[in-house]
Structure formats: C-alpha cells, structure tokens
Design a protein around this ligand. Sequence first.
Ligand SMILES: Nc1nc2c(ncn2[C@@H]2O[C@H](COP(=O)(O)OP(=O)(O)OP(=O)(O)O)[C@@H](O)[C@H]2O)c(=O)[nH]1
Ligand SMILES: [Mg+2]
Length: 605
Amino acid sequence: MQKIKNIAVIAHVDHGKTTLVDQLLQQSGTYEAHQEVQERAMDSDAIEKERGITILSKNTAITYGEHKINIIDTPGHADFGGEVERVLKMVDGVLLLVDAQEGVMPQTKFVLKKAIAFGLIPVVVINKIDKDGSDPDRVMDEVFDLLVALDANEDQLEFPVLYAAARDGYAKWEMEDENKDMTPLFDAIIEHVPYPKGSADADTQAQVFTLDSDNFVGRIGITRIFNGKVKKGDEYLLVKADGSKSKSRVSKLIGFKGLDRIDIDEAEAGDIVAIAGFNDIDVGDSVCDKSNPVALDPMHVEEPTLSVIMSVNDGPLAGQEGKHVTSNKIRDRLEKEMETNIAMRMEPMGDASFKVSGRGELQIGILAENMRREGFEFMLARPEVVTKEENGVKMEPFEHLVVDVPEEFQGVAIEKLGKRKANMTSLVPMPDGTVRLEFEIPARGLIGFRNEFLTDTKGEGIMNHSYLEYRPYSGTVESRTPGALVSMDNGEAVAFSIFNLQARGVMFISPQDKVYSGMVIGESARPGDLDVNPLKGKQLTNMRTSGADDAIKLVKPRDITLESAMEWIEDDELIEITPISVRIRKKSLDPIVRKRAARDKKNSK
Ligand SMILES: Nc1nc2c(ncn2[C@@H]2O[C@H](COP(=O)(O)OP(=O)(O)OP(=O)(O)O)[C@@H](O)[C@H]2O)c(=O)[nH]1
Ligand SMILES: [Mg+2]
C-alpha cells in the first residue's frame, strides 16, 4: 500500500497558493522533462487565467520519495470560501500561507477558523519573504495570536512554521538558512501531516467533493476514499444527502498525477480519485459498499449571504446579442450550476425571474460572466443581503473588514465607514507609513463601497473583507448619492451630444453606442436622476463626414463591467447583460412612471 498524505493549501487571496503548488509540482519531478507548463498551472479555467485568481478548488498529486501527496489548491477570495470549507473535510492537513508583508487578513481568519474546527494542525508558511516590506516576525506573531483567539488546542498551537518565497522556489526553517529549494516544505508535510485514517479492508466509503465531466464518460465525481477500496467495473451504491440510493458500476476510475489524469483499476482508503459511471453523482454524495452502505455526513457549508434577482431581458434591445434568452434556458442553466456549486442557491420567483444567492458580488458576478460567455442574455437587479429571523429578531450578515490606507486618508475612511454602520475594532500604524484599520460592518454597508473607497483614497487604499456572522439588523445605511443620467430617446448616441453632456457628469457610453429611453448613460454630478438626450446632433450637418467630430474632445467613458455595475446600481435600476454588452437601465423605462414613483417616494419621506 502506498503511503499517502492529503493536504489543502489555504490562505487569503493572492498570498501565493497556486504559485506554491507550481513549485511543489516542479520540484517533486512530477512533470515529464519535456512537458511545457504554464505559470500557475492549476488555474486552468479561462476566467481564472484572465484575472489571476483561483475560483474553483482543484486537486493534483505528486510523488515525493515513497509518498504520494494529494494537494488541493483552494481559492482565497472570500466569495469562494464555500470551496475551502468543503475541501477541508477531504484532507488530513493544511498548508496555511500568510504573506510576509500583508500578514493575517480576513480570509486567513476564515479559513484557519474552519481548519481548526476540523481539528487540523496547520503547517504555516510565511510566504513572499523576498518582498521589501516583509516582516516575518510580526506576521508569525499575528498567526500565533490568531490561533489563540480561535481557541486552538495545544497540539495546534505547536504548529510548524516555514519561511518561503514560493515564486522563487524555496522554503526554509529559519530566516538565517540559505535559500535553496522546497525540500524543507516537503519534509514538513511528510513529518507533520498525519497519515489518512481508515482501512483498505473495511467496507467502501468515499465522498464526492468536486464534479467534473469528460466527453466520453460523462459526469465524474472526484472523491476521497475514507474506507475500503474502489475498483473499476465493480458496483457501488450512491447515497445522496436526502438518503436516496442508487446502484451503479464504476465505468472508469481516474487517478491524478501532476496535471495529468490516468486510468487506474483500483484505489484504496486514503486516496483521492475520480469516479465515472454514476449519472447523477453530486457534490456531497457518498459512494458506498452495496451490501453495507454507511453514508458519510453530508457537507455543510455556510449559507449564502447575498442574493440578486436574475430575470429575462425585456428591454428594447432584447434578443439582439444573445443566443439563450428565455426563462426556461436561464432556469436550466441555473439548476445545472446549483448541482455543482454547493455554496450557491437558486429560487424561481415567478414572472420569469430567479433569486440567485451566494457569498458575495464576485461569486454571483463570475456565474453571470460565465453565462454571458455561453451566449446568455439576462438582467440582474441590485444585490441584497440575505436576512433571517432568529427568535423574532431580524438578523443580517456582518463582515470583518480590513483597510490599509496611507495615513492622510485615515480620516475619510473612518468617516465614510461610520456612515455605513461600521464599527472600528483596531487601528495599527504599519512600518510603511500606512495605517491598518479593522472594522465589523454589516455586509449591506459594503455594497457599492469599493468604488467610493478607491476614489476617496486616490486609488491607494486596499480593502479586504470576509464573512463574520449574523447579527441583529443595524438599520438603514447610506447608499449612492449621485443620480443617473437617463436617456430619453432610442437610437445611436451622437458625439456632439455626449460632448455637451460631459458637463453634467461622467458618461458610460461612446458615440454610436445603442441607447434607449430609460437606459442609464452616465452618472450625474448631482443627486437625483436627470433625463437627457444623447442623440441630438449639431443642426442637420453630417458631422462625421464633415470631420467636425475630430474637433470634439471626448473624455474616455467610465468602463461599465458586470461587477462595477452591481456595485453601482440602485433599487430602481437593472443591469442588462448580453454576450457583448453590459448596460444599466431604469427598472421602469417610462419617464412618466418614473416621475410619479419619485414624487411618491418624496411625499412618503
Ligand atoms: N514577491 C513574491 N511574489 C509572489 C510569491 N509567491 C507568489 N507571488 C505572487 O503573488 C501573486 C498571487 O499568486 P497566486 O499564486 O495566484 O496566489 P493565490 O494565493 O493562488 O491567489 P488566489 O488563488 O486568487 O487566492 C502572483 O503575482 C505571484 O507571482 C513570492 O514568494 N514572492
Ligand atoms: Mg490560487
């Protein structure tokens, strides 16, 4: 029987997880000599590559001496925390990476809290020690204090610590040691991560933690085998979270080796393998012995905290750019998503709309981005937090927020966050002249804050947050002040009128962009919406051919992305998303209806 170690790499976003996995793959000699490998090889999805972030957790396996090490790379962004939660149950140890300069950040706390709760002893890797501003001693203290605060037990407090520069390919036990290679980290894994429990001779018990598909064999469940063996060709019972059972034969068994997948005939307790042959296999399902099925605990991950209504595009430009536009298509796609994405929820709302819930704007935004790339067209409303009742008290999600700002912006940051009901818990001057402020804030208060924060801090502020807990509802928080510039006509925008409108605010459109009545084409410099006409040409001259256009200096319009739009819009606005465009519109396209609503709102105040 092969000796196996199963680890997950966890950290705050960007602290270097995927880069570290690259080095472990390379230095273990897992790649073939001629194999060409991209940087951050585990980030294989298109959006992951584009943005340089990990979205889905993924596993790989390396051989080190007589050991096989199964490694699961996890995402660090708070919105994908559910991915980390479900992975932690599958491993026997974690590598906790902490940036030697940034130190403990909100998601470091979140993932470590979960790991501690699972009883795992972290191998702490203080990473990026090559950075100029790095301060490994301070960061080490922060990690220790965090473990104490998380009620870690004595064994957990004895955690091993290494110092590393993943990008440069070395890890070491002491800062004074020579920068060589990853050997110390490999040794730490072998020495400190326990061997899997369970027995290859017991009845089979395996659990699915990720789904995949294969053109030839269809749906594949990536599973951790906790007991017994899984053999190709044998029959097993699939037990779902609701207790329902179905029998199937394993048509294909796939093992992992670096970035490759290999056909195998058998695997046993402790290993991580992919299983094909079960058509309706889902995340959390157990694959069990058919005569003695004992299912494993279904997976629990934290509930979604944010929801947004997705609906069929009913604007005047509907159906012109997308392939899938009907509510049936949208429903099918969302249902498919929910099968694999256990941290998200979907609820049909009638009238061709769906409530999609997740952990944050980025998670919902990535789903929407994937859908538009697949040819979907739809609308999104303003994100809302998911509130719930506990003992008759309305509760809402709170977040732990850390902002790093140059000293001169400390005042404005505190003032703005105060208006959003944030409560400051710490203020620490950092060696580089910035100040680190920590807050507890209702998740509601963060919606739309990022843009404002970046403007207020002239782009120099950095903010990070992650889910804390549900607390009693904290009353109204402030939202966007500037009004919208709303088009009052249908057609193609004209340079001359955009030029004139620039004085009124920031434009979102360029000449020749399609616009319609009720579409938001800019942000007004003042509060309150303003109906404007972006189609007005200079009197009857054909400006483009006359060359007069060249004389007009247009400011570059603000780029409206799916996520910036989600941050920006108000309750009476929608985002229209197609494979080609992201537009913002008023819910009601009729100016008279909007005027009446505005008047009613004013009167009711
Ligand atoms: N200076 C320095 N930069 C590093 C080091 N390790 C990683 N980086 C850089 O940090 C950035 C983020 O690295 P990733 O490996 O994508 O980080 P990650 O933790 O996987 O990020 P997420 O998966 O999105 O949470 C990249 O630009 C890396 O090149 C290091 O040791 N030193
Ligand atoms: Mg990553």
